[in-house]
Design a protein around this ligand. Structure first.
Ligand SMILES: NC(=O)c1ccc[n+]([C@@H]2O[C@H](COP(=O)([O-])OP(=O)(O)OC[C@H]3O[C@@H](n4cnc5c(N)ncnc54)[C@H](O)[C@@H]3O)[C@@H](O)[C@H]2O)c1
Length: 244
């Protein structure tokens, strides 16, 4: 029996990278996976390749409240309840610094990451009950300031959101935690300049960047009953780059 046997799980941004690896890991643990992504074609492709039955692909922009209401009402109609939500959808920041970044791109970063996390969590709650688990993707950018300022701000906000929500949701028996990965090999990072990556790898005790499947394993731990006494926390799979 898998660790997520018959659990209805929804992963945002699951058409690629960490979300895609998490969808696969969850399905391998016998979950029913709702693969949500802005790019519906990728979501359909991922859902079609998963082990088991009953999976679903849904499109939509996590930062659009109306679209997400529609997504969660489709989930309610089809499954009646939701056991696990992974707020994973994200966009990367360009190399701009504080002096050149536009207000518009700063706000877009907040909208997708923390806005999307808020919208999806709020929309998911009526479907969740005792034993439910929410996992939010932060980053070492949010923990320690690595990465551009808009991205770091958005990822830092997710840590505060998680801590505060844990206090509120504990009484309902719903856990909520963050995963704050270091640099991981995904389409998001494939364009990162080697001059940025090489020093990072040199400073990383394990001497390499992470793989999406390794982050999915951390997400699985937080989603499953293996972490039944863990809430309001963050875990940072980062190869030892940051140790706090
Ligand atoms: N790759 C890394 O090094 C790394 C490190 C730390 C944290 N993260 C975080 O992990 C998460 C996944 O990143 P990844 O590396 O797999 O990226 P990725 O680019 O491979 O995948 C992100 C997915 O999110 C989807 N998406 C983007 N905006 C969306 C929106 N508004 N609504 C719905 N879907 C949307 C994209 O279509 C894409 O499929 C992100 O939140 C990212 O910030 C990544």
């Amino acid at each position: 029996m898998g660790k997520l046997e018959k659990k209805v799980t929804l992963i945002t941004g699951a058409g690629s990278g960490i979300g895609k690896a998490t969808a696969k890991k969850f399905a391998d643990e016998d979950a029913i996976v709702i693969v949500q992504d802005f790019d519906k074609e990728s979501a359909e492709e991922v859902a079609g390749d998963l082990k088991g039955q009953g999976h679903l692909a849904i499109g939509g922009d996590v930062s659009n409240e109306e679209e997400m209401k529609h997504v969660f009402s489709e989930v309610a109609d089809k499954y009646s309840s939701l056991d696990v939500l992974v707020n994973n959808a994200g966009i990367s920041g360009g190399p701009e610094g504080l002096s050149s970044i536009t207000y518009e791109s700063f706000m877009r970063m907040l909208e997708v990451h923390i806005g999307g996390t808020f919208i999806c969590t709020q929309a998911a709650l009526p479907l969740m009950s005792e034993g439910g688990s929410i996992v939010n993707l932060s980053s070492i950018a949010g923990l320690a300031g690595w990465g551009p300022v808009h991205y770091a701000s958005a990822k830092g906000a997710i840590l505060g959101f998680t801590r505060s929500s844990a206090r509120e949701l504990g009484g309902l028996g719903i856990r909520i935690n963050s995963v704050a990965p270091g640099v991981v090999e995904t389409p998001m990072t494939e364009e990162l300049d080697d001059s940025l990556l090489s020093p990072l790898v040199m400073m990383t005790p394990l001497g390499r960047i992470g793989q999406a499947d390794e982050i999915a394993s951390t997400i699985l731990y937080l989603a499953s009953d293996d972490s039944s006494f863990v809430t309001g926390q963050w875990i940072s799979p980062n190869g030892g780059l940051i140790t706090i």
